[in-house]
Design a protein around this ligand. Structure first.
Ligand code: PSU
Ligand code: MN
Length: 306
């Protein structure tokens, strides 16, 4: 069989050899989710937060045909500044590796890589979901189907208002993905703690999340879990405040005819521009908050037998 060109950073190799907890981090949030230079600052702060939480960060990306599990600061800087980096989801990963290409991994592709590298927990900001108007566009992120088949617990801040939250939850339910709101009954909506929609499930500690992860394996169920961690109170932006901006960005996307994998990056960028950075600041805060929780979960998982 063709061997997988996978390379762990020395820090990640050492952590795994000595049984320390590791948290996976994605790279599309760096290349397509935030503008330079805030993107690289965010990436480094997230890594520092994971270390402070007692775990080792593994930022994942494909560089020149190698699937990297953990990047050096130099690799991170290069990726964050590079123009036209490919956005790699499940469909693109093998082709990029085979062509010796370079690309940033989405939630779906990062889950695949994490699982290959024996990493069980992954922190990000927002996952992809079912877009508004999906009944005609069929735009449903591959992230949702990945959660149904790859055994990684993903910590995100719920779903963005660029997505249709009820439809996103329906698809997750259909595919048997546990959706766990952390510390509250409501499913959080990324920039705000409330969405007006009850979460399918609630958990109140990292220990419970880790135990549920292990129990899923005991049941021999494929797939992971989605932990929906609400943004810290002092940073939330009320839904009413952002909704005209989101509607405007969406209208523009339709007018320009944006489709496929360009939809999410286009909307994110326009929303950052239209809010003059306010949404970006909140976005960074919630990623850090998710990194903190993911480190705790990784620590708890380490205490439990596989
Ligand atoms: N949502 C965000 N920030 C992001 C993304 C989503 O708030 O950076 C990125 C993630 O990498 C996610 C991807 O996996 O977009 C989903 O893209 P799509 O909707 O094309 O599947
Ligand atoms: Mn899509």
């Amino acid at each position: 069989m063709t061997p997988l060109p996978l390379s762990r950073s020395p820090e990640v190799s050492q952590a795994q050899a000595s049984g320390q907890p590791v948290v996976a981090l994605e790279s599309t949030i760096i290349t397509h989710g935030m503008p330079w230079p805030e993107n690289v600052k965010m990436a480094k702060r997230v890594e520092a937060t994971v270390r402070n939480g007692g775990a080792v960060p593994a930022t994942i990306a494909v560089l020149d045909g190698v699937l990297h599990i953990g990047l050096t600061d130099e690799q991170l800087e290069q990726l964050a500044q590079a123009k036209d980096v490919a956005k790699l989801s499940r469909a693109d990963l093998a082709v990029c590796l085979a062509q010796n290409g370079t690309g940033a991994t989405t939630v779906a592709a990062t889950m695949i890589a994490a699982s290959q590298a024996d990493i069980e927990v992954f922190a990000t900001g927002g996952i992809g979901g079912v877009h508004k108007g999906a009944e005609t566009s069929f735009d449903i992120s591959a992230d949702l189907l990945e959660l149904a088949q790859t055994p990684v617990t993903v910590v995100a801040a719920g779903a963005k208002a660029i997505l249709d939250i009820p439809k996103t939850l329906e698809v997750l339910e259909t595919h048997g993905v546990p959706v766990l709101a952390f510390g509250q009954a409501e499913f959080p909506a990324f920039w705000s703690r409330s969405s007006g929609i009850k979460s399918p499930l609630q958990v109140d500690s990292a220990t419970e999340i880790a135990a549920a992860h292990r129990m899923r394996a005991a049941l021999k169920l494929p797939g992971g879990q989605l932990v929906a961690n609400p943004i810290p109170l002092d940073h939330e932006i009320p839904a009413e405040e952002l909704s005209p901006t989101i509607a405007k960005a969406q209208l523009e996307a339709d007018e320009v005819g944006i489709t496929g994998k360009e939809v999410t990056p286009f909307l994110l960028q326009r929303i950052f521009e239209l809010t003059e950075g306010k949404s970006l600041e909140a976005n960074i805060t919630l990623v850090l908050n998710n990194a903190r929780l993911a480190s705790q979960i990784a620590g708890e998982l380490n205490k439990m037998r596989r």
